[in-house]
Design a protein around this ligand. Structure first.
Ligand code: 13P
Ligand code: SF4
Length: 302
């Protein structure tokens, strides 16, 4: 049955001239059938460059929206239309507009984990892979409003030693990982370096041996001479880590670091999406035009 579904998926992909993009938090079987697996930044770039007619975006809604903004002529599908990101929903356009009005001279830096409407009210976007570089381009005398992730914002502040005002949003999945778990994991796996995503709480980030986005963690583990690692990010990442490094051992900091939204997608829903050509993710043209500017500024930096 599973093989028959995958066969059907491949033939629909050809028929529709579709490309399958998958985030590395997606279920393992989805990552295995994807054309590209990557982080938010890498997948945005691929979405902008593809010559496919259809992008089947296996991730969460804001990622598919970003693809729609970057590829206005293409049809962007998401396997499950309910796969949202709770952090992206923690700031509304009205709230950001009001924050801006109170700080008219500030520069608004918006994490891509946000809606297109919020991006449309922003000066520049960032991902977890380039947030430090993006903020570093802003003149030091400028006040910065960072939205919506307080944890990524805190990490950038610490790295650059500069003040920024942070919105009080967070990723519920990364917030679940606690310093006590790292103490315990280090006892269980002595010497294994602790890899931490910057969406984690500052007290856990402070304990890390290495802090990076998903792609940064994957690259570091691959290039490192170490054989064993403790991984503090969403557990979907264990699949590419283990697949690319069969001789190394990866311990999740906790198995409860599971994003239920990422796991709403399935192979079956991918087949349905390509069969029915829905759910389509669209962004109204006026919003897309405004959201494109801060996304483009980010892509020009790195
Ligand atoms: P990256 O892909 O930037 O590592 O982001 C992690 C994330 O939470 C995506 O939802
Ligand atoms: Fe959102 Fe966190 Fe899930 Fe990423 S892992 S989609 S930030 S809730």
């Amino acid at each position: 049955m599973a093989d028959a579904l995958v066969e059907r998926l491949h033939s629909l992909k050809k028929e529709r001239n579709a490309v399958i993009l998958a985030h590395s938090y997606q279920p393992a079987d989805i990552q295995d059938v994807a054309d590209y697996v990557g982080d938010s930044l890498g997948l945005s770039r691929l979405a902008a460059d593809t010559d496919a007619d259809v992008i089947l975006f296996c991730g969460v809604h804001f990622m598919a929206e970003t693809a729609a903004v970057l590829s206005p002529g293409k049809t962007v599908l998401i396997p499950d239309g309910n796969a949202g990101c709770p952090m992206a929903n923690m700031v509304t356009p009205r709230q950001l507009r009001e924050w801006r009005e109170k700080n008219p001279d500030a520069v608004v830096v918006t994490y891509v984990n946000s809606s297109a409407r919020v991006k449309a009210l922003s000066d520049i976007c960032c991902t977890s892979a380039n947030a430090v570089e993006v903020v570093a381009t802003i003149p030091k005398d400028k006040h910065v409003l960072f939205v919506p992730d307080r944890n990524l914002g805190h990490y950038v502040k610490t790295k650059l030693g500069r003040e920024m005002e942070l919105w009080n949003g967070f990723c519920p999945t990364h917030e679940r990982m606690l310093p006590g778990m790292a103490v315990e994991a280090r006892k269980q796996h002595p010497g294994a370096p602790l890899m931490v995503h910057p969406e984690c709480r500052p007290d856990l980030v402070a304990m890390a041996d290495f802090v990076a986005s998903t792609t940064g963690i994957i690259k570091h583990c691959h290039d490192s001479a170490e054989r064993e690692f403790i991984i503090a990010t969403e557990i979907g990442i264990l699949h590419p880590l283990r697949k690319q490094n069969p001789d190394k051992v990866f311990h999740p900091l906790t198995v409860v670091a599971d994003c239920p939204n990422m796991k709403l997608n399935s192979i079956e829903k991918m087949v349905w999406a390509l069969e029915d050509m829905e759910p389509v993710v669209t962004v109204p043209a006026d919003i897309a035009e405004k959201a494109l500017q801060p996304i483009r500024r980010m892509l020009e930096i790195g």
